[in-house]
Design a binder for this molecule. Structure first.
Ligand code: NAP
Length: 524
């Protein structure tokens, strides 16, 4: 039963006057529920509660926090078919995707629980005292990572579960020891409310402090702005547009106390096709890319939106096959009429640019909010001269650039903005022969792939999902995988501190049995 209320710690609340509805894009009509946008008083209450909860939660042991995260996963599973039905209703995404994303969300929570049980993630470093060191005695100095404070998480439109209420940002912040206030995405507020109920049940069952989690509804940008400006909020996680992410980043930096905003934003994920790639497997790559470009109606941040190859008969044949293959696929429903409208605007604008040829544009009639897939072709010179062609069109859309030679590909890569991923298609010999192109690509991305498609993002300890601006606001961090926890912590050094009063992770006896860097050597 969806109440439409805000979740403020362990109570539901509706004090505000502004109401809104979510939308069923498949049926092209609003859903049955009414949601209450959080009022200023409710925003303040959630942040104050999170601040009080932080005093307790930051000292909760890793084992207890792991129990909490595992309990959230179990409670999400317990939501059963209702969650799947509501997810599909609010997003227009198919049931298989809902189940897959729910599995990933639970998997992320359990992966952070495992990280906490191991405990070594706190990066304990110990340099012991040398009282007799000449000419100056050396102090005992030990450091480890500590949680930063209450974190605001902006739910993402395109991942109602895995990048939203109890998604990767929330799981990593809770794992770090930070209370979380979610700014629920207005396109899937019912999904958010259900998942919030699971988080609260888990918090109550595992004895977590009230306020460790809140979920606030909003229908416009003011709730998010107030949260980012609130002096007691200490960091922000965001997934969405470049405009939204940079606006919040600016806001956070204008505060009296600036705070980090980890925004994962736009990317066109360039694919560099080296000449030998199209000699043997041209048709296979065309079919794989047709499917990658259209996956989830193209609403993936790792969607391949740009293909760079050298003009040749092979590249022309690749474009013909890619265009034919993509037109064989049935268009699918986008998340919301606004995203659908933005997609159509974007593809119209780019299709009309100088030198652009539309090589595929789905022409048959489609259902409500179903995105017609599109492939454009343009020369390297026209692409270089026009940065509009470098912008993300969020949807089943890609631009193939026919370059004069690999030097022109390198020049284009050097002019591109930061990207989440970059892919090279070719042979190992190609890689060696075009190391300058590969270097140029690597310098623009957070993840570089060899002979693959970038759409699948593994959640593990070696994944980087981030990249130079505007792919993300801080390319030193990832928003996917267990390293995402590093966004919500800061190091603290203890100098000459009594052993028994040190955090356990730093005590001489290593009671937690974690891996530590002691006097320059890793040991447990
Ligand atoms: P969005 O417009 O960036 O919004 C994301 C969230 O941020 C929303 O909750 C929105 O609040 C909030 N927000 C946006 N601008 C803000 C501002 N200036 N101040 C405070 N809060 C702000 O993204 P979206 O709604 O998910 O989708 C819109 C477009 O974003 C898509 O068409 C696509 O182009 C892009 N997008 C890209 C990715 C990617 O991974 N590359 C993912 C998702 C979306 P309200 O909704 O309450 O206004």
């Amino acid at each position: 039963m969806i109440s439409g209320k805000n979740t403020i710690g362990n109570k539901l609340s509706k004090q505000g006057d502004i109401t809104f509805k979510t939308f069923n894009p498949k049926e092209n009509k609003p859903t049955e529920w009414t949601f209450y946008e959080a009022s200023s008083a409710e925003i303040n209450e959630a942040v104050e509660l999170a601040t009080s909860a932080f005093k307790i939660y930051k000292n909760v042991t890793g084992i207890k926090k792991a129990e909490f995260l595992e309990a959230i996963a179990t409670e999400i599973e317990t939501l059963g078919e209702e969650l799947i039905l509501i997810y599909c209703k609010e997003s227009g995404l198919p049931e298989g995707r809902a189940r897959g994303e729910r599995g990933r969300t639970m998997g992320q929570l359990r992966a952070f629980a495992a990280l906490l049980k191991d405990g070594s993630w706190v990066e304990a470093v110990i340099e012991k005292a040398q009282p007799n060191r000449d000419p100056m005695p050396k102090s005992d100095i030990r450091k480890m990572l500590f949680p930063i404070g209450p974190v605001v998480v902006f739910g993402a439109s395109n991942f109602p579960l895995a990048f939203s209420t109890a998604g990767g940002d929330t799981a990593s912040a809770l794992a770090a020891g930070c209370p979380v206030i979610v700014k629920s995405h207005p396109m899937h507020a019912a999904t958010g409310e259900l998942v919030s109920s699971a988080v609260i049940k888990a918090a109550e069952k595992t004895g977590m402090p009230n306020g460790v989690f809140s979920n606030l509804n909003s229908s416009g940008i003011t709730v998010g702005q107030q949260l980012v400006k609130h002096p007691k909020v200490k960091a922000v996680g965001f997934t969405g547009s470049i405009a939204g992410g940079t606006a919040l980043y600016k806001l956070a930096n204008e505060r009296v106390e600036p705070i980090p905003v980890f925004a994962e934003m736009g990317s066109i994920n360039p694919i560099v096709v080296l000449p030998s790639a199209l000699e043997k497997e041209r048709d296979e790559w065309a079919a794989k890319y047709a499917s990658s470009i259209t996956m989830g109606a193209g609403q993936f941040c790792t969607n391949p939106g740009l293909v760079l190859g050298v003009k040749s008969k092979n590249l022309d044949d690749f474009i013909t096959t890619l265009s034919a293959e993509i037109l064989k696929l049935e268009p699918t429903c986008m998340l919301h009429p606004n995203i659908y409208a933005k997609y159509n605007e974007g593809k119209k604008e780019l299709s009309g640019q100088n030198g652009v040829t539309v090589t595929a544009d789905y022409e048959k009639d489609v259902g409500a909010n179903e995105a017609k897939q599109t492939i454009l072709n343009v020369s390297g010179a026209d692409f270089l001269a026009n940065t509009k062609l470098h912008t993300e069109v969020f949807g089943p859309f890609s631009v193939v650039v026919s370059c004069k030679n690999t030097t022109e590909i390198e020049t284009i890569l050097n002019h591109l903005e930061g990207q989440l991923t970059g892919t090279v298609l070719g042979s190992e010999d190609d890689l060696a022969a075009h190391s300058n192109v590969v270097d140029a690509l690597q310098s623009r991305v957070g993840r570089i792939l060899f002979n693959g498609v970038p759409t699948g993002v593994e959640v593990n300890s070696s994944m980087v999902h981030g990249g130079p601006f505007p792919a993300s606001t801080d390319s030193r961090f990832t928003s996917v995988g267990t390293s995402a926890i590093k966004r919500w912590v800061r190091p603290v050094s203890f100098q000459d501190w009594p052993n028994k009063l040190l955090p356990q992770a730093l005590q001489n006896e290593n009671p937690l049995g974690i891996v530590r860097l002691e006097e320059g050597s890793y040991t447990n």
